[in-house]
Design a protein around this ligand. Structure first.
Ligand SMILES: Cc1cc2nc3c(=O)[nH]c(=O)nc-3n(C[C@H](O)[C@H](O)[C@H](O)COP(=O)(O)O)c2cc1C
Length: 186
């Protein structure tokens, strides 16, 4: 079973996109598709970026731990809210922090908003940053509109059959990329 890290990007007080991170953890574990850990940027509370990890002289244990968790994950699932048409500074903060850890890492992106468009305007900007840093973004989308109505605080979807069906298509693309990478010899 692959190991997948879910990055929960919102550090906002009273955030709602974390519900989607909880949902995917449960979905992956219940269906025995992966072992999962949520990397919660709110809990990490990283300071504003001031240098890349590989150039830091005395990196904090938290930064080293985060880097190791990304490095040792076979895939990453990013849950990002849409803020004014972009992704949050908290997420850019950790994209810029690492370098080799992102290289060829299969990364799927789920965008979240409380409006009707499900944060889809975030996708191109985030994909481009991840492409620039040599990650392997998975060509699949999981937009979540009206998150406060569609998931409860524990990550239970209002319409579980429909949500699980959509999740299956999305997650299968991530798992395919993880498997494809595994089959490469170098
Ligand atoms: C600074 C800020 C800007 C936002 N801009 C948008 C937006 O452009 N479009 C949208 O649909 N929702 C927007 N929202 C609402 C978020 O989509 C909503 O809070 C959602 O729950 C995901 O973010 P959260 O995890 O921080 O709650 C914005 C929220 C904040 C705090």
């Amino acid at each position: 079973m692959p190991h997948i890290s879910i990055i929960s990007s919102s550090v906002r007080t009273g955030r709602n996109s974390h519900r989607v991170a909880l949902y995917f953890k449960k979905y992956l574990e219940e269906n025995k598709l992966a072992t999962v850990e949520i990397l919660d940027l709110h809990a990490y509370n990283f300071p504003l970026f001031d240098e890349r990890l590989r150039f830091q002289k005395t990196p904090s244990p938290a930064v080293l731990e985060f880097a190791e968790k990304i490095k040792s994950s076979e895939g990453v699932l990013i849950i990002t809210p849409e803020y004014n048409g972009g992704y949050p500074a908290s997420l850019k903060n950790v994209v810029d922090l690492l370098y080799d850890e992102w290289h060829r890492k299969p990364i799927a992106i789920s965008t979240v908003s409380d409006g009707i468009f499900g944060g889809t305007q975030v996708i191109t900007a985030l994909q481009f940053s991840l492409w620039k840093i040599r990650a392997w973004t998975v060509p699949a989308m999981f937009p979540v509109p009206k998150v406060h109505d569609t998931f409860d605080e524990n990550g239970n979807p209002a319409d579980k059959p429909a949500t699980d069906k959509r999740a299956s298509t999305f997650i299968n693309e991530l798992l395919w990329c993880i498997e494809a990478k595994k089959r490469m010899t170098n």
